[in-house]
Ligand binder design. Structure first.
Ligand SMILES: NC(=O)c1ccc[n+]([C@@H]2O[C@H](COP(=O)([O-])OP(=O)(O)OC[C@H]3O[C@@H](n4cnc5c(N)ncnc54)[C@H](OP(=O)(O)O)[C@@H]3O)[C@@H](O)[C@H]2O)c1
Length: 325
């Protein structure tokens, strides 16, 4: 089958179509004939040689796909051959076929095309487990979502808005801020021009937000504490501006804050399965009701994976970039 191979991993890596063996599903897995694969920021790090796949995962890039079930491994009862599905996978998505644990497979929601469904798994698994499982976002609470125009951010804004939360978000241009407000953010802050701490404080009568979802790190670690309300929870999913910072922890004590962080890829299948069940119960109905939509920036044919990566590296995108087969 055709798949994308990383040529000379590292700075200036290349992505090219290659022929590799088609995988076959192990017990508990399904084989998916891929219609589309979602790009994730982590794919760029993997191609640069900085984020190796977990043990046992395919070397091929790609952590989420949509398509049609082509074969079932032993013991799989939750889907049937021919079902339209999307799935979170540990790797191998940039290919004609990919295997997925049945625990991480979801139906393509009614009203969403099979291709567009590739935009859903990674973003929604990440948003749910961070905002709901880790940060325990409760009804009526306010939230600050950094990187609102990212794949993860566009999903987070919509989920929070659909569940009635007041959403603050940051993005790097006026156009991106406008896109975030169209998705349901009450206040989108162009972080290149305005200090998000000042805006959040001014618009909450000095109280701050209950939950922060952060992918920036660096100096945001301190500033998130300043923007947080008493008993606030700050969940980090990345530290793009730096893993290290000099921090004054006094606000943690005075405001009784929690700092949280997880990665999805390294979680156990049982944990991922529990997130998948929660998405099916609480998020898929919102998608089917049209309250949450996959936000697609651009589609690229699989053979143009290199150009798709260049688009993500440029950070000009809003939402998800997909490879189609
Ligand atoms: N831990 C996990 O389980 C997990 C799972 C999925 C994703 N992630 C991480 O989450 C992030 C988003 O992933 P993605 O695939 O959705 O990537 P993406 O679409 O490329 O998004 C990256 C975002 O970071 C924003 N950003 C960069 N510097 C910023 C700053 N100083 N302030 C505010 N925003 C800033 C960018 O906004 P501008 O272009 O406007 O600067 C962009 O929207 C990535 O870092 C990824 O590695 C983690």
């Amino acid at each position: 089958m055709k798949a994308i191979r990383i040529e000379h991993p590292g700075q200036g890596y290349g992505l090219a179509v290659a022929e590799i063996e088609r995988p076959s599903p192990a017990p508990g897995e399904v084989l998916i004939r891929v219609a589309a694969a979602g790009l994730n920021r982590a794919d760029l790090a993997q191609a640069m040689g900085m984020y190796p796949p977990p043990p046992g995962a395919p070397e091929t890039l790609g952590m989420e796909v949509s398509g049609e079930v082509a074969a079932l491994g032993d013991g799989v009862r939750s889907c049937e051959i021919g079902d339209a599905v999307c799935a979170l996978i540990p790797g191998g998505g940039y290919a004609e076929y990919a295997t997925a644990s049945a625990l991480c497979v979801l139906p393509v929601p009614n009203g969403v095309s099979v291709v567009d469904a590739a935009a859903l798994p990674e973003a929604h698994f990440t948003v749910w487990t961070n905002l709901i499982d880790s940060a325990r976002l409760k009804p009526g609470e306010s939230v600050l979502i950094h990187g609102g125009s990212s794949g993860v951010g566009t999903a987070a804004i919509q989920l929070c808005a659909a569940r009635g939360h007041r959403v603050f978000t940051t993005a790097g241009s006026a156009d991106k801020c406008a896109a975030c407000e169209r998705l349901g953010a009450a206040t989108a802050i162009n972080y290149r021009q305005t200090d998000f701490v000042e805006v959040v404080r001014a618009e909450t009568e000095g109280r701050g937000v209950d939950v922060v979802l952060d992918m920036v790190g660096g100096d945001y670690i301190q500033r998130n504490m300043s923007a947080a309300a008493p008993w606030g929870r700050i969940a980090n999913i990345a530290y793009q501006s730096g893993m290290s910072a000099t921090v004054n922890f006094a606000p943690m004590l005075m405001k009784r804050l929690s700092l949280l962080a997880t990665t999805l890829r390294s979680r156990t299948l049982a944990e991922k399965g529990a997130i998948r069940d929660a998405l099916l119960r609480d998020v898929w109905p919102l998608i089917e009701a049209g309250k949450i939509k996959p936000v697609i920036d651009r589609l690229f044919p699989l053979a143009d994976a290199q150009a798709a990566h260049a688009r993500m590296a440029s950070s000009e995108h809003v939402g998800k970039i997909l490879l189609t087969l």
